[in-house]
Design a protein around this ligand. Sequence first.
Ligand code: 3PG
Length: 400
Amino acid sequence: VGDLTAADLKGKKVFVRADLNVPLDENQKITDDTRIRAAVPTIKYLISKGAKVILSSHLGRPKGVTPKFSLAPLVPRLSELLGIQVVKADDCIGPEVEKLVASLPEGGVLLLENVRFYKEEEKNEPEFAKKLASMADLYVNDAFGTAHRAHASTEGVTKFLKPSVAGFLLQKELDYLVGAVSNPKRPFAAIVGGSKVSSKIGVIESLLEKCDILLLGGGMIFTFYKAQGLTVGSSLVEEDKLDLATTLLEKAKAKGVSLLLPSDVVIADKFAPDANSKTVPASAIPDGWMGLDIGPESVKTFSEALGTTQTVIWNGPMGVFEFDKFAIGTEAIAKKLAELSGKGVTTIIGGGDSVAAVEKVGVADVMSHISTGGGASLELLEGKELPGVLALDEVERVAV
Ligand code: 3PG
């Protein structure tokens, strides 16, 4: 059974690994429930089929049992979204948990405590994985955000529990981040931003093999400008990546990819939300000033380029969008993608800060796909295979 919908679920105990690693404030209130909402379709499906759901997740990076990393604050929201009262266990293995599993009714959900309270989880210790596996008849991995980790609950458990299949969220992430990107409706544009070229090398190299248009923004552009001989004032530059930037530009040319760098930038006299700012051509950044956003001319050029496409993937903001003054470029791109989505273009938001930008603008709902992964999305876009996916049976995998 590679497919959850093909599995016999009635009365079966199903171990579901989800990524419920949501941000909590100092009062243990959830500040963004996206990952909980994203986990709901698989759990609801299992409930509707009469399965007994044993739900597992990590939260944060606790060292041992740490009350502030308990999953307890998630129970009310999860129960509300599922429309049933979720039962919470105080542990994730052991006799108390076994009792709760034994008393789970068909269609019931038991939320296990943070699986990272055991160091064996991240060490992927077989004995621990075996204990998790022993509770259930079937394993469903829906924790896309953690699929790049070979941990006991994401990878080890599959060795002791068959069948092991993908949940709907994991499958959807793969369909978009691998399927739509490897076999795109063309023209296919990739927008890559973020502060450092060093953290996006793999993504740019991988996307250069697949896209027709590559738009670059964010702090990384200054390394590209400098590599081309422009002066960049006090903008962020990775001196040791200048040669790499030149190589990437040459590679794009050789592949016939239309690579666009912003032609104008918004510069600031300091790195602060209240900095003085002005817009200048990319070739005219004065000494003592730093670029913090792409300018209006670049937004126009990028928007025109995007207007010709059928598929767009976006990873990384165009500027320092945490500061309102320097969020305009990023927000304009988010709005453009929303408009394109409305016209039937496949729009994929590939994790991390670009997701926050799309949410800030309020256009998250209209995108074709918003990834729930950070590191996992990056690794997939780099063309890597994820251990949590590789461990599953017959999951439909599209070659990257
Ligand atoms: C994430 O937030 O990216 C995932 O939940 C994985 O968390 P981790 O980086 O602590 O493994």
